[in-house]
Design a protein around this ligand. Sequence first.
Ligand code: GTQ
Length: 349
Amino acid sequence: MTPRPLSDQERAARAEFYSRIGANDMTPLWEVLGALVPPTPRPVAQAALWRYQDVRERVMEAGRLISAEEAERRVLILENPALRGQSCITNSLYAGLQLILPGEVAPAHRHTQSALRLVLDGEGAYTAVDGERTTMRRGDFIITPAWTWHDHGNLGDQPVVWLDGLDIPIVRFLDAGFAERASESSQQPLRPEGDSLHRYGANMVPVDFDPRPADPTRVFVYPFERAREALRGLQAAGQPDPHLAHKLRYVNPATGASPMPTIGAYAQLLPAGFETRGYRCTDGTVHVCLQGSAELQVGERVWRVSENDVVVVPSWQTLSMRADQESIFFSFSDRPVQKMLGLWREERL
Ligand code: GTQ
């Protein structure tokens, strides 16, 4: 409905009323209803691209300014250009590039925020989660569920960089954040490397293991090698989806739910030359190119992306992807939250 034109007198009477009720900490709904209850999502966040080639050197510079120990976590936050100062890449998600240099330790702590890592660059680092270490290899997807102890270290001779994804904005929104530092900076290994994959990640679980539906997964590393092999198998079988090509969702193997309750993660393969049709969904999504190169169109913007580039696509913006070569993308979003709340929608164009 188009608003009826107001006389100067009516306008003045309303303005005077609004200012008077302002003193009672009240404001009229009818001035903001359209923005509060929009017909379709109106994200403030913008689509944005961080080219690894452009930001890698900035991350290395941070390594000369501050140690991992002093920083606790030496991370450059990827801030959505429309949300500067808020430490977030979408309304609900945080992302950052973390650097750990040879010999360094990022000390053990735990927090109610859930975190994922996607290893991008360098070899020789590990992440320890509740007493088990995992060697970080490029493309590996590693999680630290809420309130698990975690520390990172670099036993190799190269700088190692990974992308962090956390639900920091969700936990902040809910004012439910707790954190604590461990007394020792590195956790003592309690189990051998690979233990959680053996117990929970081989299509079996310990015979008396009985997780609740919302429990995070005990498998905390999803090796890239396995994801790539699965995707290549799908490609060999043919019939890519017109909107998604070959796209898989990472799961908690014991429940089929997302690895962590607040963040969903996905791996996608686009065959060489394949172009997806336009697709949009309500979960603002962070995409990372792990292999190959592609052109991504988000709304009116077109970007050519290659390995380790990060692209954020806000809610309800149309994405299409065209691969120059066989390409693999990792992505993460708040989709499990939206699904649990009955809010999630998608549209295939
Ligand atoms: O590695 O524990 O990017 O606690 C932000 C907060 C990483 C981490 C971040 C964190 C971490």
